[in-house]
Design a protein around this ligand. Structure first.
Ligand code: SIN
Ligand code: CO
Length: 381
């Protein structure tokens, strides 16, 4: 499998010319690319109530949307045309999808979201629309026609169960075949219609809302204010004067509180800590599979030495300066142990080798929680 995700472009060229700026088509980005999973497995995922799935149909301009889980029997009666099934978070359940997501590691993990797969019969698609996030659309089996353009008129179809542009004027169209890749910045209108029965993988990114970032930051900061006693002492007013209107809030009280608030300072460290904790937090429905037959710390140490470890595809791990964040938790570390964990965060695995006792202990705890597994791509077993 030969890979030229960005064609002849380097990652810096991609960022300066395309990222969040304009669409890009790369033919044969992954040559020899084949579907990540058999169709029957995809239908099984769509029948799981822990997995987000949707079916979109259209018929003479009328759109319908159904949310999963779907009974497996529903897939025995798939219409011959104008029908598509979409399954979110494929990377959390399929190793090849996790690997595919990691091919995009020239983009920070803090911005990465998930791999969605869509399976469509001829004519199937979700209609012309815009997304608020960057996306790479990788074609699997079959062909899909993508039409792309700027939004000239944002009006949406009335009474449709999903956001569909009423007036879409494509500026370009591309017939995509296995291994072809289309990058779309947020806000570009696009419409992908299956020519044959086909599969498309969307590698999606996350961009938290500005309001969400602010309120989440303040929420966590306020917890730290009470936990860490950041502002000890009580309100004092030795200069209090007699009041004729006792229900009035004294102006001096407002001034004193304003002065106290103006002492609030957020350091870059506070902000990096917030981003690390927040962005490494697993999504609400994520469940880690703990090892069924867990090995003792000594057996784990031996296995680590021989086979290394690999992060679960559900684990989110980031780092910033001395802090390492894993699944919402922060560790403040220095020295060799930090370097090893940064390697683990970047590469998602640690090779077989000798590791210090404190690190072995930490990795064993994570193993017990189902955050990582024994064995890395580097081991030879
Ligand atoms: C699809 O694969 O059908 C939809 C993906 C998208 O338009 O974002
Ligand atoms: Co889209």
């Amino acid at each position: 499998m030969k890979m030229q995700l960005l064609g002849a472009r380097t990652a810096p060229q991609f960022f300066s010319r395309y990222w969040q700026k304009r669409p890009l088509v790369v033919r044969n980005a992954i040559s020899g690319f084949t579907d990540l999973l058999p169709q029957a497995d995809l239908f099984r995922l769509a029948s799981d109530d822990d997995i987000e799935s949707r079916v979109v149909r259209h018929d003479a301009g009328r759109w319908t949307l159904e949310h999963g889980p779907f009974a497996l029997s529903a897939f025995k009666r798939i219409p011959a045309a104008n029908w598509t099934l979409l399954v979110q978070g494929l990377n959390l359940h399929n190793q090849r999808a996790d690997k595919l997501l990691r091919l995009f590691n020239f983009i920070p993990y803090a911005r990465l979201d998930d791999v969605m797969v869509s399976y469509a019969v001829p004519g199937g698609g979700v209609g012309p629309h815009t997304d608020s996030y960057d996306v790479f659309l990788l074609q699997g089996s079959g062909r899909r026609l993508w039409r792309v353009g700027r939004v000239r008129n944002p009006e949406l179809l009335k009474d449709a169960p999903l956001r569909i542009l009423k007036h879409f004027e494509p500026e370009a169209e591309y017939t995509m075949e296995a291994g072809d890749l289309l990058y779309l910045p947020p806000g570009w209108a696009h419409d992908g219609v299956a020519i044959d029965t086909c599969t498309t993988y969307s590698i999606g990114f996350r961009a938290p809302g500005r309001g969400e970032l602010l309120s989440e930051f303040l929420l966590r900061f306020s917890e730290r204010i009470s936990e860490e006693c950041k502002f000890p002492g009580l309100y004092r007013d030795p200069d209090l004067r007699a009041q004729s209107r006792p229900s009035a809030i004294p102006g001096a009280m407002v001034d004193k509180t304003a002065a106290m608030l103006s002492q609030l300072r957020f350091t870059r460290g506070d902000i990096a800590r917030f981003l690390g904790e927040y962005l490494s937090e697993p999504k609400p429905r994520i469940v880690f599979s703990r090892p069924r037959r867990r090995v003792s710390p000594a057996q784990f140490a031996a296995a680590l030495g021989k086979h290394g470890v690999k992060l679960s595809s559900r684990t989110l791990m980031l780092h910033s300066q001395n802090a390492v964040f894993i699944n919402g938790e922060r560790l403040s570390l220095q020295g060799p142990i930090r370097a090893r964990l940064v390697h683990l965060a970047d590469n998602r695995e640690l090779p077989a080798g000798r590791y210090s006792q404190p690190l072995r202990q930490l990795l064993h705890d994570w193993y017990v929680s189902g955050w990582l597994q024994i064995g890395s791509g580097m081991s030879h077993t």
